[in-house]
Design a protein around this ligand. Sequence first.
Ligand code: ZN
Length: 662
Amino acid sequence: MKSLWNPAEAKQYQSDLEQRVYTSRLLGREGSIVLHGGGNTSVKIIERNLLGEDVELLYVKGSGWDLATIEAAGFAPVRMDHLLKLARLPKLSDTDMARELRIATVNPSAPAPSVEAILHALLPYKFVDHTHADALVTMMNTPSGQERVKEIYGNTVVIIPYVMPGFLLAQLCYKEFPKQVNSKTVGMVLMNHGLFTFAETAKESYERMITLVDKAEKYLKRQSAWKVAIPKIKVTKDSRLEPLVAETLATLRRDISKLVGQPVLIAQHDDKQSLAFAQHEDVANFATRGPATPDHVIRTKRIPMIGRDLESYSKHYKKYFDKLSKKSRQPLTMLDPAPRVILDKELGLLTVGKTATETKIVEDIYRHTIEIISMAEKLESWQALPDKDIFDVEYWDLEQAKLRKSGSSPEFQGEVVLITGAASGIGKACVEAFLKRGAAVVGLDLSPSITTLFSRTDYLGIVCNITDEKAVKDALQKTVKCFGGLDMLVLNAGIFPASKMIDKLPLEEWQKVLRVNLDANVTLMREAYVLLKLAPKGGRVVVNASKNVPAPGPGAAAYSAAKAGLTQLARVAALEWGGDNIRVNILHPNAVFDTGLWTKEILEKRAKSYGLTVEQYKTNNVLRSEVTSHDVANVAAELCGQTFSKTTGAQIPVDGGNDRVI
Ligand code: ZN
């Protein structure tokens, strides 16, 4: 562990608060020190208010901010005098504490202060840093944890036994810290939780953190227990299982979604490390002792599911809740009994979340957990906190309050849509429309630009020639590996050949148009069916056909015939799949000019040939209104939503009104 302090970089951060921002980000850069909000920092500053009074404020990390990317606005300024008074109270509930912290915050638009604000306040140093470094967590979660801490740090740290984070911890430190502190003290170890360092400058507090973590890492190295390889075993992958993996995963996703009460995403990780851990002969033993630190429980649940027996996992969870909720002072609402981490011999590591970001966070946390458990096992033996302590964090007041509030989530949260021809035009607009409504989106296109269309966890772009059956199957497998299943399919890809009369139409050209605009969609629908059937809220298919179906024009025989065939295919699918709760609907857009096909020159030429201006040509419909690709995309998305939940087999024009269609 090395200090990342860079004097040239640091110079750009002048004030105390800016320095606080700088070293917080340095801590955040190192995943083995802090992970996804799992640490916090503060600085004490005296400021003059509008009344001309000097007020001492604790700028402490606000909730919802990550140290890696924090800015000055991510720190909540809380009055020190109030915090110190709170520390002296004989008791304070979490809800009351959260309210008091809010009241004492002098900036109404600041984020909610960290629940460790009182603890930061009572440490008598200007800068305070707190992390959950892997090396410390490893060492502390072994039977001889405390002796090891003493052996490494001697009397340079204050040692606090484990107690629930929040007010209880602040109260204990308030009593214990003055008893143990001495002239050599540079930090404070919270058993089974993490590490504090402090100093008068940002640099010193940060570097003390690095030094203390480095000592722990070196200690583990000396014991040959640092970054240990997962016990070498032969990783086996059953090739016979491959084609079934997608269906197995989608089935699991449907069942977990049912337990959660809303659709969830699952990400599959079958890399060597994940498989080796999942296939370890003792995994059911050491992976079910508890999380690396108690705060992980909110993301990962107390223990992973080993294998795929969901029923026994949820029964076990209910038992755990029944046993421990009895000891609670107030009635508690049980959280869903579904796992967030699954270790399966064949599938590897699966991470579950309501959004793609959540599955990623769970993955990051669990990858660290795998390392921590492996190191602790090598060092001595992995020993997590008793289930009661984990339960207290999982069910603490503030988390329960969040449940009661339950805001509305985006319409397609936890759902997956696959869109073809997604790199431009209507397809790209569909990607945006579905992302906006909370879906995880897979975009297929021939163009390589599809892979970089968006850089976000809920988007996957795959280069795919949809007329290639194998490529289509691969794309569906990738979809399931990334998000766990498929709920919606938007068949948008198509080609529009140059105008040609039938007497001049070569068979190859006719066949090429049919292959892309019709045949490819048969493959996609056939291969996607098994997945759509497993969609937690029912499958949905939207077919992008054409105005040319109800009102064809001369010179577009192949295009019109293919789209008419596609329309008929979709109508039959609506009949065949209705019993599986899959809805299939058809759009007939017309004259969508904001796509790559229509350059300014082509538009001008066309308009002129009709004796119209470009503007008149674009709005040449009953409503005199231009139809954009976003108009079409929004109808496609709405068709998949609740509003149209009773509609299947419908054909909807998106054309501004066409007198031939009407
Ligand atoms: Zn902590």
